[in-house]
Design a protein around this ligand. Sequence first.
Ligand code: GLN
Length: 536
Amino acid sequence: MSKSPTKYIFVTGGVTSSLGKGIISASLGKLLTERGYSVTIQKLDPYINVDPGTMNPYEHGECFVTDDGAETDLDLGHYERFLNHGTSQANNVTTGRIYQTVIQKERKGDYLGKTVQIIPHITDEIKRRIQILGSTKEFDFVITEIGGTVGDIEALPYIEAVRQLKWELEKDALFIHLTLVPFLAAAGELKTKPTQHSVKTLLESGIQPDILVCRTEHSINSEIKRKIAQFCNVERDAVIESLDVSTIYEVPLLMQKEGLDKIVIKKLGLTHKTEAKLKKWKKFLNGLQNPKQEITIGLVGKYIELKDAYKSISEAIIHAGAKNSCKVNIEWLHAEKINTNNVKQKLSKLKGIIVAPGFGDRGMEGKITAIKYIRENSIPFFGICLGMQSAVIEYARNVLGLRNANSTEMDSKTSTPVIDLMNEQKEVTKKGGTMRLGTYDCYLKNNSNAYNAYKNNNIKERHRHRFEFNNKYKNDLEKAGLIATGINKNKNLVEIIEIAQHPWFVGVQFHPEFKSTVDNPHPLFCGFIDACINNK
Ligand code: GLN
């Protein structure tokens, strides 16, 4: 039997941003995956940066890194955590990337003789980028989430491109539109008008949504659903309620109850495969919602005003906690506000502490002060990227007595560069996409905390950095007790450091948080949370 053609689902949003398009897309993807389909999810971002790698976390939240080294939108993290399947460069497309490609082609002469325009050249490039994922024949479904809100000037070429694609693909594509059904307290009523207006805006661009997902604080009764269906021209069972919930991990179950996957399958003319069972998912949710114990850990960072800056870390903590039926509260600690006078008061009650990734010297001394206290008081420690580098600096200064130890990122003239620019970075001048990015091998030494967590000598993890452990100081640091337990053998790079004499002190140069999923909580986060639970 020949495989039916890839189905394309376009997800747009109206009324306001932050309705949860990413979570709805990921939840639908999960339900279809569990029915036995192969699914991938793509995000189209209407900004002019080529990727979010050059943006401050305050602007954009975390920059998520894929196996192939793409710096992407944090929604891709949700896609991976829900689907338990990797994404790639092709899963995140920005306006910057689209224009860059079109302009490069123009310079090459590919359009020789023609005027290059938004329609058809930009829209064609958008269509091509959407179909790249389908053309591999690997996926039954490509779900494409269009960033922003309908009516935004930036989003217009995307809306036009998917309108054309729907016309070309006919029965193999459909539109899901997310809207808000607000509750007006003064009137005591849910209001459908914003949804009606939002659909009207889509219709002006020639798009009739097939399914409406209505975000709401209060349950939408059948009369309101009927009204929305009638005025927005969609079938009654294509009006899906998306009620606020306490955790994003409830959303797939909610969408299943509302029949989102069922209506998608029906509308795309597919034969029904068995309903999603979500066995592993439900087990995870049970651990999350019925915890047998509760602990509080600290997260030291400098972007903590915006929790989205540490999205994958906080989700990885949730995964590892649920696995242990343990509720893990996070105390967010501003690195700049930690000093020798208050460090004890801020950290002493915490069961364990993560020192976060980051760039630049702001907050660096606070991180080092925190790590000294953590090390001396045997508190479980997990340092990620800059967090690991900070631990090396702290050890060099306070145990080896190298008072000037630093990273050349913080002090380019330091006499003691225990963390230094990587060789391959020395000639790099451009900022976009030039870090050491994506997956690299790492070899783990037996009898280390890392090995005990992974139960494997050979692992692969994702990176995003320019600086590294300076091997010149390796011997001295190891003799003093800071052991390199993970090594990239190809380049002889130290990827993990540990203190053997400490209950759990692990610093990693890579970003384990990017690989934690609901179905596979990350071994290092599980190891760390275990150590925190055991820290009496
Ligand atoms: N700023 C450090 C470097 O570039 C660490 C990066 C990070 O934490 N992602 O090496």
